[in-house]
Design a protein around this ligand. Structure first.
Ligand SMILES: Nc1nc2c(c(=O)[nH]1)N[C@H]1C(S)=C(S)[C@@H](COP(=O)(O)O)O[C@H]1N2
Ligand SMILES: [Mo]
Length: 154
């Protein structure tokens, strides 16, 4: 599959319920696995992106929200040698998306985040903690992955 067609189509209602209570995510880089809690992620430099919307095609738009968390590129700068081409971001409920390093480099002032806070307060588990936020996604919410459990670097 190419990096572009790996996100599942919008063929289901969004899951309202977390797949479990543990928000720890695992970053896989080659043969290594790094387990990161929201507390670990809070130790990285934090970024805020204002005026984010969750555009649920067919069932309403919510927002604007201010999301705060760690830039994906902060994480990959720490744990990889930056020669990867794409990352897969996967939730325990089976939802997933793929982002290329080239696309991430074009986001400018609206970077892709692993969000820990919403509107200045800690995000609740049922709101998606730890949630991928792709601020420039405008048509639907297929990249706004809730309950990120695995990030695989390829
Ligand atoms: N893990 C996970 N993330 C997901 C989904 C899902 O089913 N599981 N649904 C997506 C879709 S289709 C939508 S519309 C939004 C819904 O986000 P909300 O629950 O915050 O409104 O989450 C996106 N992220
Ligand atoms: Mo959706």
């Amino acid at each position: 599959m190419t990096p572009d067609n790996w996100t599942p189509p919008h063929s289901h209602d969004p899951s309202p319920n977390p797949p479990g209570n543990d928000s720890t995510l695992t970053l896989y880089v080659g043969l290594q696995a790094f387990h990161l809690t929201s507390g670990d992620l809070a130790g990285f430099p934090q970024s805020t992106v204002n005026n984010c919307y969750i555009v649920s095609t067919g069932h309403g738009t919510s927002g604007p929200f201010a999301f705060e968390g760690v830039q994906i590129l902060e994480l990959t700068n720490r744990y990889t040698n930056n020669t990867w081409v794409y990352i897969n971001i996967i939730s325990d409920d089976g939802f997933r998306t793929r982002l290329t390093r080239a696309a991430l480099a074009t986001m400018g002032e609206r970077p892709v985040l692993l969000a820990l806070k919403i509107d200045g307060r800690p995000m609740r588990r049922n709101e998606g903690l730890i949630r991928l936020i792709v601020p420039n996604e405008k048509e639907d919410a297929l990249q706004q992955v809730k309950w990120v459990s695995d990030i695989r670097v390829h």
